[in-house]
Design a protein around this ligand. Structure first.
Ligand code: AMP
Ligand code: ZN
Length: 472
């Protein structure tokens, strides 16, 4: 079956048919590196990771670009306050971003261009827009005249006339000299003492939107396949990217626009500006497992539905992860019995693979795909209780689990979590002593050891798969 994705422009499912056969080119809007990204941002980045991983399975070649917005009003303000240049100001946040990607087992993009390294490309596009007659100048800044681009508003599904400045999106606060409230800055004039670049457009710095047009086209070509972001990027950011890119090149910019719904907390969008955000670091420090965060943000709901962050939803995600990981361990630690495949089990495994792939091909329906996997786990857990799998069935099952986790990406995280953070030798001895006490049914001693571990901030739980611990 062909892979289909929901396209924001046509508002329906469209087959992924790369412009260059066999090679998908994808651009995903990256973080603005003025602070640590919060897990709302990671809902979008993880949706993009799932998409990337599925494209990797479905196409011979994928080129994935994610930008880093390292020049922007907030960054400039912070840099001034800290007495830093831009590079020094953004370096720790860029490092933190890559740490978080690692913690969440995100597959690396092929390129992470930084806006500050593409100023020449941005200037070149603005010059082409000048030549096309869709710009005007005011007080040294260059603006895009939206009235000159009749298709404006197609992505957001609003007519150009109906647009109000700022409706639903992020608008630059310092755009006051515009002919029309809907117009946006391509280049913002900067005074000699301000952070800026001396270019043919005069001294200044780029507007936010032009960055993504320049970096995506420089690395992927003037027309490419997929462009993603969170729904709040649709307007004005992506709408403006289309207007700039298509007016400059005269070619269609992007084939398929994909947007993920927001992560919410207590009914509101998680956002820096609302102060209701949590970073991955905050959560991990309180004992939340990255595998559970990854599962919650990718598999608890379809990417076009909002996800709610709460103790309950996190708990449910943790349980799903453990059910999968325990089954995976159980299977891998089992010695299969020699023999041909078991027809019924083989059939179940084959059916699960078909269902998993069909759900993923159908607009990346990971929750449904995981539903098929959990149905299989329930059935095979029953089988495993009575007899080990045969060698052939066992191999097929392991292959399927590998394929599932190639997309889901949580099993490797669970292994990492179970291995660490490393325990002190003393803590390790206490845990082992407790395990030994349970093996000899010495419940009194086991409880005393549990209390002693709790006193050291280690919470122990007993599960079917044995004793499990985490730091609180
Ligand atoms: P920013 O660093 O603000 O440019 O945002 C990076 C990405 O995070 C963008 O694609 C946003 O659409 C996305 N984003 C921001 N808040 C949320 C949220 N609460 N849920 C999902 N995605 C979000
Ligand atoms: Zn962007």
């Amino acid at each position: 079956m062909a892979m289909r994705l929901h396209d924001t422009i046509t508002r329906g499912l469209r087959e992924v048919e790369p412009l260059e056969p066999g090679h998908v080119r994808m651009y995903t809007c990256g973080p603005t590196v003025y602070a640590r990204s919060h897990i709302g941002n990671f809902r979008t980045f993880l949706f993009e990771d799932i998409l990337r991983r599925w494209l990797d399975r479905r196409f011979p070649r994928v080129t994935h670009v994610m930008n880093l917005t390292d020049v922007e009003d907030k960054i400039i303000r912070n840099a001034l306050a800290d007495g830093h240049d831009l590079k020094t100001e953004t370096a720790p946040w860029i490092r933190a971003f890559f740490e978080d990607l690692e913690t969440l087992n995100v597959r690396r993009a092929h390129h992470y261009p930084r806006a500050t390294e593409y100023i020449d490309e941005m200037v070149a596009i603005i010059e082409r827009l000048d030549a096309a007659g869709v710009t005007y100048r005011s007080d040294g800044s260059v603006y895009y005249r939206i009235a000159a681009f009749p298709r404006y508003g197609r992505l957001a599904g609003i007519s150009a006339e109906g647009l109000l400045a700022g409706a639903g999106g992020r608008v630059d606060a310092d755009e006051y000299d515009k002919e029309d409230a809907r117009d946006f800055a391509l280049w913002k004039a900067a005074a000699a003492e301000e952070i800026g670049w001396d270019t043919s457009l005069g001294r200044g710095r780029p507007g936010w939107h032009i960055e993504c047009s320049a970096m995506s086209m420089a690395l992927l070509g003037e027309s490419f396949d997929i462009h993603c972001g969170g729904v709040d990027n649709i307007f004005p950011h992506h709408e403006n990217e289309i207007a700039q890119s298509e007016a400059a090149t005269g070619k269609p910019f992007v084939r398929l626009w994909c947007h993920s719904a927001h992560l919410r907390i207590e009914g509101e969008k998680m956002a820096k500006s609302l102060g209701n955000f949590a970073t991955l670091g905050d959560l991990v420090a309180t004992g939340v497992r990255p595998s559970a965060v990854r599962y919650l943000l990718t598999a608890a709901a379809h990417y076009r539905k909002t996800v709610n962050y709460s103790d309950d939803s996190l708990h449910a995600a943790t349980e799903s992860v453990d059910r999968l990981a325990d089954f995976n361990r159980r299977v891998r630690s089992q010695q299969p019995s020699p023999g041909e495949g078991d027809a019924e089990a083989d059939d179940r495994i084959a059916r699960t693979r078909t269902e998993f792939e069909a759900a993923m091909d159908d607009d990346l329906n990971l929750p449904e795909a995981m539903g098929a996997v959990f149905t299989l786990i329930r059935a095979l857990n029953r089988d495993l209780d009575s007899a080990p799998l045969t060698t052939v069935t066992h191999r097929r099952l392991v292959e399927l689990l590998d394929e599932v986790d190639d997309v889901l990406g949580v099993l490797a995280l669970v292994e990492r979590e179970r291995a660490g953070p490393s325990l002190s030798r003393e803590e390790q001895t206490l845990l082992e002593a407790r395990q030994a006490a349970r093996a000899t049914r010495d419940w009194g001693r086991s409880d005393r050891l549990r209390d002693e571990l709790a006193g050291r901030g280690i919470v122990v739980e007993d599960t079917e798969a044995g004793q499990r611990w985490h730091r609180c």
